[in-house]
Write a protein that binds this ligand. Sequence first.
Ligand code: SF4
Length: 334
Amino acid sequence: MNQPILAVNDLRKHFPIRGGILSGVTGHVFAVDGVSFSIAKGETLSLVGESGCGKSTVGKAILRLFDLTSGQVVLDGQRIDDLSPSALRPLRQRIQVVFQDPFSSLNPRMRVRDILAEPITNFGLLKTRTEIDARLRALMAKVGLPPDAIDRWPHEFSGGQRQRIGIARALAAEPDLIICDEAVSALDVSVKAQIVNLLCDLQQELGLALLFISHDLAIVEHMTHRVAVMYLGKIVEKGPREAIFANPQHPYTKALLSAVPVPDPEIRRERIILRGDVPSPINPPKGCRFNTRCPYAVDRCRSEEPALRMVGNQHVAACHLIETAGEPSGTDNA
Ligand code: SF4
């Protein structure tokens, strides 16, 4: 891989739990606990897992919506996790986000024109009204909306159209990377496909890198280059799309994939039902964090944490039962 546009190295975010004014910090929520990956220009990496696995926290940590507990976030070769707010400000332009809810993510008191112009003026990308107006109309056309609709209010658009406006707002900043945080989860099935296709087209046209955070493997399968599967704050498997979908190695990945509908009725996929709920990230299980739900857990799983190991070309997984001659993958930020 060429120099990645984004590298995340051993990222940890532990939120303190405060018991009250007098009792201070009484514990921590181990939301993200040693996550590493990188994304190349023009590449989509999908971060998948059940809700509560920490994937959205990873996105927010990259956006520096809070400080990290430890680890690094490197944008185009430059560490950004330790920058002051003023030093970070010009770099914010390069990472944009599209949120899940197209209804609450747009300010209802701003016309679309002002919503889209905000990043352009904030980052000083264009100066004159004529230039900005031309850019806004071009952005509307790029996301498949009529340029004349620019003076309407957000409530005059459907959910799918609002998500297109959200994408146009992200594009307005001319970013290198867009974080799509469950960006299609709230949409109807047919609209989901349209928005995913739009993102893929824009990626090809503009060479954007996408971090696609989703619990929906069926959507991810058709649009991603690589997949990282998270469970309780850790990546348990990561690899190219073909390897993850055709040859998953980790029991958790297999269980998630078994729930994805197969369009061909001739093909039968055995459904793996996971027992119990995801344990609390306040007190994660010792050893392998998946051991309380894993149908293959053995004693070793309850005491020793498995490391990510190479199981194929650019394909790593963390499970004691995986037979491999490979060595632990070290820092593994591929
Ligand atoms: Fe299951 Fe053990 Fe593998 Fe964890 S290490 S996924 S508990 S078999």
